[in-house]
Every structure is written in structure tokens, then in C-alpha cells.
Design a protein around this ligand. Structure first.
Ligand SMILES: [Zn+2]
Length: 466
């Protein structure tokens, strides 16, 4: 795990410089010209070296339904997703491999997988995802997705008094499950981390959040959750707590500098101030928010308030890919249409910092990851600047973020271990993965979700669509 990259392009504060980068035992030990070669010599000529990005929110097993779910808002989309989601652990393993590979090939070296658990096989689900991430070698933050209320509870009741089926597993059993997952799989030094990750206020009781806080404090775990993805959730929070979801989460102590929150579309100014004050991280999932019509998160407001923001692809059924560079591009330029003051617009260099340092901040790892700095761990990505999509030569970072880079990742390292070389994943057989994804699936077109049939009328009434 020692190597020296020779003559690679590095970003400086206001431009670029050509330099050598030395890595010993997984850590960056020197950055300077004409360094002696330690370990393997890597040719960095005409290549750009950046810190690895974080795919800071996804759900790997959604890969099996990408491109197929109807044009629905989240609440109905979820119903269709779950109606057609009887997947097995082998599929969980394969889609985690696929998520890891697509993340790597679009500049990511870490992934936060808000992992949907197969009922009755929860620990096996986690084991399969962990196995896949270890085999690929990507840094994994596995956040088992938990809830303790049934799906219909996530829709505001409006005028009607709704009753909901109790969730099939108790709060206590769910928390025990997460504790067992921590015991079995939480190995930060091996690149595998378990997070506490209630799905969100819409489907979780306070008891579940409080149990997660307790586990997070006891085992030093990062915290993750969806937050106010849709207008319906904003209404639901008022109905459930009589205040905003952010005020409530602050009150129960869920927010903090190792808490990352996906989406954050429907927050008001007071909520934004709370996120800044608690140093919570916002994970911006622009493609999913567009696909499900959830709204445009006020990302520039967050940045101006000092809230840390990073990017995620979100699950592949609401994106419908895992191309992190695409999420970074759309997540940057989307706000140019909502905020007229162009001086606040996100620049390509700011986007790169948000995707790397911003990502690891929310995972409590900024002292070890997220920048090319002596002493930090070598989670690095090297881009081929002779690739057709990065030519002719202009501003490499500008074109990487604003262009449509295609097959541009030449090499990637995680903790100093090379897992992509010459544009190819070196740790697993990607052809075999393609074959298995192909063989275990079939072309799908029209399908009918039973649950959508049952809840659509209520949804339309509550949301004022009837
Ligand atoms: Zn999500």
C-alpha cells in the first residue's frame, strides 16, 4: 500500500500545479516535486488527482427497479417500490457491488448505503452488503434503514382519522438488531462503518430516535436520516409534533456534527439556523428530488448560513443511476435558476470540496479523509485528462463538474489500496457482475401496484389534488 504518483496535476488555491504525491502504508506522506519513488511508481502525467468523493446517501438494492417506477411523488413511489421489492440476499449483494462500482467510476471512494433490510433476514442483508463493499474495497458506511411505524403512517391524515397497522417488528427488537449489527460489522479500521439510521420522522417514533441516539453515543456511531423530503412530510411533522421536524429533532437530541440528513427540501429559515448551530450535514440529492417532484432544496441558503452540504445519488430507483458526477453537476447548477445572485452560485471547485471534504465531515472523518493533505489517508481518484470528454484542454475541474465526463476515472485508491487501474476495477470481475445482473432480471414495462391503488385517493385528497 505504498506508492508514488509522479507528475500529477493538483489543484492549488487559484490554479494547478504539477507535483509528486507519496503514499506510505495507506497515508499521504509527502507532496512535492521530484520525490524519491517509494513503492510503485505511478505515472500521473496529464492526469488530475482529487480526493475521493462521498456518495453520501443511497439505497443500493433499489438498483433492481431503476428506470421502471411510475411518475409518482415519494409517498406513492415508495408504495410501488415496496410492492415489487421481494429481493433476496444474493440480489442485495449484487446491487451493492453495482452501487460500489458505479460510485467509484464517477469519482466516489466512499458510499453511505441507507440499506433496505429484508424482513426476517435483516442481519443477513447487512452481511451481504458488507461483503460486497469489502470485496470491491470501497469505504462503506452502511446505515441499516429502520422504522417502527407502517407505511401509511407516513402520509398526513388530513381531516380523516386514519388508523394504521402496527409495524411488524417492535422498537426494542429493532434497536437490538442494530446493536447486533454494530457488534458484527462495525470495523472503521477496515473501512466498514455502521450508522444508526431511522428512515425519518414520517415512519419513526421518538422511542426509535432516542434508542438510536443512545447507541450512537455508546458505540461512537454516526447518525443518518431522511429529513423533510416532501411537502407531505412537512404537513405530517406539524400534525405529529405541533412544530417543525427540525425543531423536534433538535429537542430530542438527534442533530449534531456527526448527523447527516438526506434531502432537506422543506425547511424554513429557523430550521436552517438550527442545522447550522448543531453543525449537522445536509445531503443534497438533486436528481431524486427532481424525479419525485419533491422540490428544490434551498442549498444556497444552507451554504450562506454555514451549514455543511454534500451530495448523494439517492437510491437508483429515484435517480435512476449512481453517477456521482452527474449528481454533483445538477446539484450545483440547479440553484442558478432559483437564486438570482450569481455570486452565491456553486463553483466547480466549491462543488468538489462539498463532495469530498463536505462528505467526510458529516461522517465524522474530516481529520482523516476528504483532502490531499500530508497525514491523511489516501482515498484518491485520478482522472485521465486526455479522455475525449475532457478535451480540448480548458479548466480540468470546471470541465469535470460542468461537462459530461465519460469513463474518465483512470485510477482510484482507498486507504492506499488501488482498486481502479487503467479505468478498470481491479478487485472484482465486472464482466461477471454484468452477467449476473442481466441473468437475474428481465425487461419490464407496465405493472400495477396494489398499494398505490389503495392509498392514492387519500393521498390526492390530503394534498389538495381532488
Ligand atoms: Zn433515500
Amino acid at each position: 500500500m505504498s506508492f508514488t504518483i509522479k507528475n500529477v496535476l493538483l489543484a492549488t488555491d487559484d490554479g494547478y500545479t504539477t507535483s509528486d504525491v507519496q503514499v506510505v502504508d495507506g497515508k499521504i506522506t509527502a507532496i512535492a516535486s521530484n520525490l524519491e519513488v517509494v513503492g510503485n511508481a505511478i505515472d500521473g502525467k496529464n492526469k488530475l488527482l482529487l480526493p475521493g468523493f462521498v456518495n453520501a446517501h443511497t439505497h443500493s438494492s433499489e438498483m433492481w427497479q431503476r428506470g421502471v417506477i411510475s411518475a409518482y411523488p415519494l409517498e406513492l413511489w415508495l408504495a410501488e417500490l415496496y410492492d415489487f421489492a421481494p429481493i433476496d440476499t444474493e440480489k442485495v449483494y449484487l446491487s451493492a457491488l453495482g452501487t460500489a462500482v458505479e460510485t467509484l467510476l464517477s469519482g466516489g471512494t466512499s458510499v453511505v448505503d441507507h440499506l433496505i433490510l429484508i424482513p426476517g433476514e435483516e442481519l443477513e442483508t447487512i452481511a451481504c452488503a458488507v461483503r460486497a463493499y469489502k470485496e470491491v474495497g470501497i469505504r462503506a458506511f452502511v446505515a441499516p434503514l429502520i422504522q417502527d411505524e407502517s407505511l401509511t403512517a407516513g402520509i398526513p391524515s388530513g381531516e380523516s382519522s386514519q388508523t394504521h397497522e402496527p409495524f411488524f417488528r417492535s422498537t426494542k427488537a429493532t434497536l437490538q438488531l442494530i446493536e447486533e449489527a454494530v457488534r458484527q460489522f462495525h470495523r472503521p479500521e477496515e473501512g466498514v462503518n455502521i450508522l444508526v439510521a431511522p428512515t425519518g420522522i414520517q415512519l419513526c417514533t421518538d422511542a426509535l430516535f432516542e434508542g438510536c441516539i443512545e447507541l450512537s453515543d455508546r458505540y461512537n456511531l454516526c447518525r443518518h436520516s431522511h429529513l423533510l423530503e416532501t411537502k407531505a412530510q412537512e404537513k405530517l411533522a406539524q400534525q405529529k409534533y405541533g412544530c417543525t421536524a427540525v425543531t423536534h429533532l433538535k429537542r430530542i437530541g438527534y442533530l449534531g456534527d456527526r448527523t447527516s440528513l438526506a434531502h432537506c427540501v422543506w425547511l424554513n429559515d429557523a430550521d436552517i439556523a438550527i442545522l447550522a448551530e448543531t453543525q449537522s450535514t445536509v445531503v443534497h440529492n438533486p436528481l431524486s428530488n427532481l424525479r419525485l417532484g419533491s422540490g428544490i432544496a434551498p442549498i444556497l441558503k444552507y451554504r450562506q448560513a454555514g451549514v455543511n452540504v454534500t451530495f448523494g445519488c439517492d437510491g437508483a430507483s429515484s435517480n435512476d443511476s449512481q453517477d456521482l458526477l452527474e449528481a454533483i453537476k445538477i446539484g450545483s447548477i440547479l440553484h442558478n435558476v432559483t437564486d438570482f445572485d450569481y455570486r452565491q452560485w456553486i463553483t466547480p471547485r466549491q462543488a468538489v470540496e462539498m463532495a469530498s471534504l463536505g462528505g467526510v465531515k458529516g461522517l465524522n472523518s474530516a481529520d482523516q479523509l476528504g483532502s490531499i493533505t500530508v497525514g491523511k489517508q489516501a482515498d484518491l481518484v485520478m482522472y485521465d485528462l486526455t479522455n475525449l470528454s475532457l478535451l480540448p484542454r480548458t479548466d480540468p475541474i470546471g470541465l469535470l463538474v460542468l461537462g459530461r465526463p465519460t469513463n474518465v476515472v483512470n485510477s482510484a485508491w482507498v486507504n492506499g489500496k488501488q482498486i481502479i487501474a487503467n479505468g478498470q476495477v481491479t478487485t472484482i470481475n465486472v464482466d461477471k457482475l454484468r452477467e449476473e445482473l442481466f441473468n437475474l432480471s428481465e425487461w419490464v414495462s407496465k405493472r400495477q401496484s396494489q398499494t398505490v391503488g389503495q392509498i392514492e385517493r387519500h393521498y390526492r385528497t390530503v394534498m389538495g389534488l381532488i
